[in-house]
Design a protein around this ligand. Structure first.
Ligand code: A2P
Length: 263
């Protein structure tokens, strides 16, 4: 096998679960020295087959919390996608490469203190929030944690629904999450209980009615956004119209944004 560079971990696949023909999740062993903050992403790739093969790396949000013994990822399967075309075929026992340096802006440190943490996601943009809602720090810093997940159809919501359910019975965070973590799922192309883009549900107030609370308020609410570029821009402009200021690791603010990378 080709040589693995010093800045890359070679990890073993411990679990694979397919949800639809477009979506799956997998877990890798975690190197003892690998540290990250919940919400960050890493570059992952597949081992080269020959000495001359160039590894294709793509950014993946880590979907498991920073305390977990294994590392979870949630992925789309892109037809003919240079990485996902092969990655979707991985099996338990296979090797996946992971660059050693995690990074990202969807971290609690990039937000100013507040009362309610909102996490707005579409598609695989739910992945970093799967990490954060399993981190006790989210509940130490915020009274309420609200996650929204919008997908085209009901089957694409399986991962978020299952993850939130598991969090509520988790021995570490279940006690905090049970009454303080709220998931709002919506679909745009198949009939479910709540239909519509998140932007529409914000504009017409349905989102706030569903949760039995008022609209977003800069004094109390902090927001993280992850999903398609179009959704990020549309939600971001609404927040900016309400006076919210974008934050970063170096200068915490009222909201932070990251696009769901592989598309
Ligand atoms: P729609 O079906 O109306 O395009 P995708 O699978 O293409 O990544 O989309 C995930 C979800 O994000 C879909 O439900 C899609 O709705 C929604 N979406 C796409 N663009 C926007 C946008 N600009 N604002 C809000 N939601 C969007």
């Amino acid at each position: 096998m080709a040589i693995i560079p010093d800045n890359v971990f070679a990890e073993t696949v411990t679990e694979v679960e397919h949800y639809t023909d477009r979506l799956f999740r997998f877990r890798l062993t975690r190197p003892a020295s690998f540290r990250f903050r919940s919400g960050e992403f890493v570059m992952i790739g597949l081992p080269p087959k020959t000495e001359d093969d160039k590894v294709v790396y793509r950014a993946y949000s880590i979907a498991s919390p920073s305390w977990d013994e294994t590392i979870e990822f949630y992925s789309i399967k892109v037809p003919d996608g240079p990485l996902t075309e092969h990655l979707q075929k991985i099996k338990t026992g296979d090797t996946v490469l992971m660059r050693k340096k995690p990074t990202g802006t969807l971290v609690l440190d990039a937000l100013l203190p507040g009362k309610t943490l909102w996490m707005i996601s579409t598609g695989t943009g739910f992945a970093p929030f799967a990490s954060l809602i399993r981190d006790p720090e989210a509940y130490e810093k915020f009274d309420q944690v609200i996650v929204t997940h919008t997908c085209r159809n009901a089957a694409e919501l399986t991962y978020s629904i299952n993850t939130v359910e598991a969090v509520k019975s988790d021995p570490l965070v279940g006690e905090f999450a049970r009454d303080r973590l709220h998931l709002v799922t919506t679909t745009t192309r198949e009939e479910t209980a709540t239909m519509g883009r998140i932007t529409t549900l914000m504009d017409d107030g349905t989102l706030y009615d569903l949760l039995g609370r008022g609209g977003l308020d800069r004094d109390q609410d902090r927001v993280m956004i992850c999903g398609s570029m179009a959704m990020l821009n549309d939600v971001k402009s609404r927040l900016e119209d309400m006076g919210f200021v974008e934050g970063a690791n170096s200068a915490p603010g009222d909201f932070v944004v990251e696009r769901a990378f592989v598309d």
